[in-house]
Design a protein around this ligand. Structure first.
Ligand code: NAD
Length: 420
């Protein structure tokens, strides 16, 4: 069974969502199968010398879901629980996201099973460079362009850029996005995903006639996405009352200052014990009354257990796959939560990655203001397209967003023929 190769609950969830959408779109069997299964699943072993002199062998995966509409695009994750099925699910979601946003890419994703929190910078550099070397023959500016994800950042992208460029014998900035600006990264890329989440939250607040000024938010995860979502929301005049990360959860009903919290995290390694807020149970945090709830950490955190008790008006899915299909059904049935589905809500990252790639190919750079303004235009277009589609078809935002993406990919596959 094909499914056995990708035996993982996250892949099961992505496949179940796809099957629902394919039924809704009445996709022909032949196109349906080709849209569902990944084109390439690549696993490499990565022997790395650790600081204590041992050689440790890690596994790295890269899944290229399809290359029918252009190179694949997607992040590289460092996390102890990474496995091939999870990576394949994340690659599948990237497809629908790129298609929904009108970006000329297929979906890809990568991951290395490791715990960066317990590794030195030198160990992380050797692991990243080894991965870039082993995967080098399968990636490239017109084939597969990686970017940061959970556990990786601009420095990891710089190591990949350097290893790939050394291999090619020339500087190839367009092989990777999310790299430092001095290596031809794009202005605005670091904050793009969080900025997009906050921007879309304001669009949803507008639709619900809730004033942005003073609207309340709760955010799970204070990494790249969660921290920039918090800063942009505070900039818009919203109050971020609760925030959590792996170290704990904190609450201040008058609003948490994201800049002060960022400083505390840099000094202590996490949000726990932030002096300007009180501790709160991490599970309870998700159930607090708020206008916007933002899961910005990992998958499958909104479940059948907590979905009936959510007290938010808007669920802004900054993470990929934070809501299980069972929870989705409950939220749809409740009908009182405005869902910003992940493939739209966190699309700011891949959109500015696309801008970065375009700037690199043209050897040209845009200002941060230009980048963020072009990003808002693209997100707003996709948001309005989604709302028109869901109102015309009387379907949920989840189904609508996935359907807009899947339909585009299916049409391209059908038009091109059997090979891609
Ligand atoms: P990150 O590694 O920078 O941050 C992850 C955060 O989640 C950290 O603060 C960590 O402490 C926290 N966390 C981990 N486990 C937790 C738990 N059990 N409870 C609460 N917090 C927990 O990662 P990121 O880049 O911010 O990515 C977060 C999510 O956004 C992921 O789902 C990722 O796929 C998605 N995403 C990221 C980007 C991007 O540009 N970085 C783009 C699109 C989507």
């Amino acid at each position: 069974m094909k499914q056995d190769l990708l035996n993982d609950p996250v892949f099961g969830m992505a496949a179940e969502q796809f099957d629902r959408v394919a039924d809704f779109l009445k996709l022909e069997e032949q196109v349906r199968e080709r849209c569902k299964w990944p084109k390439r699943l690549i696993t490499v072993s990565l022997p790395v010398t650790m600081d204590d002199g041992r050689t440790e062998v890690f596994f790295g995966h890269r899944v290229q879901h399809h290359l029918s509409r252009g190179p694949v695009k997607g992040g590289l994750r460092f996390h102890p629980k990474v496995n091939l099925g999870e990576v394949a699910a994340l690659a599948m979601w990237m497809n629908w996201k790129c298609a929904l946003m009108g970006l000329p890419y297929g979906g890809g994703k990568g991951g290395i099973m490791c715990d960066p929190r317990t590794m030195s910078a030198g160990e992380q550099e050797r692991l990243t460079r080894r991965f870039a070397q082993e995967i080098g023959q399968f990636i490239g500016p017109e084939v597969d362009v990686m970017a940061p994800d959970v556990g990786t950042n601009a420095q990891h992208m710089a190591w990949i850029l350097d290893t790939y460029s050394t291999r090619e014998g020339r500087f190839v900035p367009e092989v990777i996005t999310g790299k430092p600006v001095e290596l031809q990264g794009s202005e605005g890329r670091t904050q793009a995903t969080g900025h997009g989440v906050a921007f879309l939250a304001t669009r949803a607040l507008n639709k619900l006639n809730i004033p942005v000024q003073g609207a309340s938010a709760v955010i799970q995860g204070f990494g790249n996405v969660g921290s920039y979502a918090a800063s942009t929301m505070a900039f818009y005049g919203m109050k971020v009352r609760g925030i959590s990360d792996i170290t704990g959860a904190i609450w201040n009903s008058s609003g948490i200052d994201p800049a002060a919290l960022r400083k505390h995290v840099a000094e202590t390694g996490g949000v726990a014990r932030f002096p300007e807020a009180e501790a709160i149970n991490a599970e309870e945090l998700l159930l607090q009354e708020c206008d916007v709830l933002v899961p910005a950490a990992l998958e499958r955190v909104i479940t059948a257990e907590n979905a009936p008790d959510l007290k938010c008006r808007i669920l802004a899915e900054a993470a990929n796959g934070p809501t299980t299909p069972e929870a989705d059904a409950i939220i749809e049935e409740r009908g009182d939560i405005f869902l910003l589905p992940d493939v739209l809500c966190n699309a700011g990252g891949v959109t500015v990655s696309y801008f970065e790639w375009v700037q690199n190919l043209q050897r040209f750079s845009w200002t941060k203001k230009e980048v963020l303004s072009k990003l808002e235009t693209k997100l707003n277009e996709a948001f309005e397209r989604l709302l028109s589609f869901t109102s015309e078809k009387s379907c949920s935002h989840r189904l609508g967003a996935l359907a807009l993406g899947v339909e585009t990919v299916a049409r391209v596959k059908k038009t091109r023929g059997l090979f891609p």
